[in-house]
Design a protein around this ligand. Sequence first.
Ligand code: MRU
Length: 355
Amino acid sequence: MFTQPIPTIKRDGDAVVILDQTLLPHRCEVRRLTTLDEVAVAIHAMQVRGAPLIGATAAFGVAIALMRDASDARLERSLEILGATRPTAVNLHWALGQMAGRLRPLDPSERVEAAWREAEAIREGDAGMCAAIGGHGYEILKGLAAGLDRPLRVMTHCNAGWLATCGAGTALAPVYEAQVRGLAVEVWVSETRPRNQGLLTAWELREAGVPLRLIADNAAGILLARGEVDVVITGADRVAANGDSANKVGTYLKALAAREHGVPFYIAAPFSTVDFGCPDGAAIPIEDRGAGEVCSVLGLAEDGALRMLRLAPETTAAANPAFDVTPARCITGIITERGVCEPGRLRELYPEAKA
Ligand code: MRU
């Protein structure tokens, strides 16, 4: 079974320790978060990122917030502050909803321990869901690889690996499962401008010994057209009730090109990413992260320092929608912890879910 080489989040006394993803892949540094504000900033600034990890971090943030004051007012304020950190990944609201449901009925004197326990349960639950997604996704990869005399070529976008979760990842969990079981795969990793989360994917795959090739985002179309991709798998930040799926901007273009060239396109996502309250993709809020990320890039300078470089003059107008929505009709299937289903049939997997 795949285990995280470094925990993406773990409790350390009255604090949590996270891996600062804004420095990867150049520096591997952990940070100790001790206050509600530090947790909120870590999520907003993307020191932690990836829908499932954002949710777990927010849950721990509630526990930290209650350490000195576990009153009703403090609980509600912490839910509000953490809930406003990022808009698209519904795992954030799912995790805060779990915390609220568990903590609101309790007397303040019982809340702190219960909050840590619930946050830990969310972390462990996510790791379990990743493992199950890995198992179901592996069966798809095995089927596609049958009869091939070469490695199976998987394309992914953004980072939906262990860095984005509390376990093996979502889109990359089947890849790690294939590696564990001896099925040869290689991965096309698109850089994912403007924040370049593809570099995180390339880093974690390389560290795990999985063959990969990093590509410019714009190269995906020609690779799909040339038949150099056997399957596309990405994660999601919010899946609507009809299967429309929001994920990192650029996912939609890959799905369109995959459909045009007859390549299967899968979304891998746990229950915490599904929002039955959203009827379709039009209802999913899309984060706008501002012009700065488009006009600049962070990289390693020749002197070994991490430097932010300006790509476009300061006065350049730019737009930065951080996610896009892939319509259900472009999705071959959704790989969940309960199995794989057609996007329009999610309800059958989760009959207990409320709208
Ligand atoms: O902005 P990010 O880096 O938090 O966006 C992450 C993604 O879009 C991932 O693909 C998605 O959250 C799935 S993570 C398992």
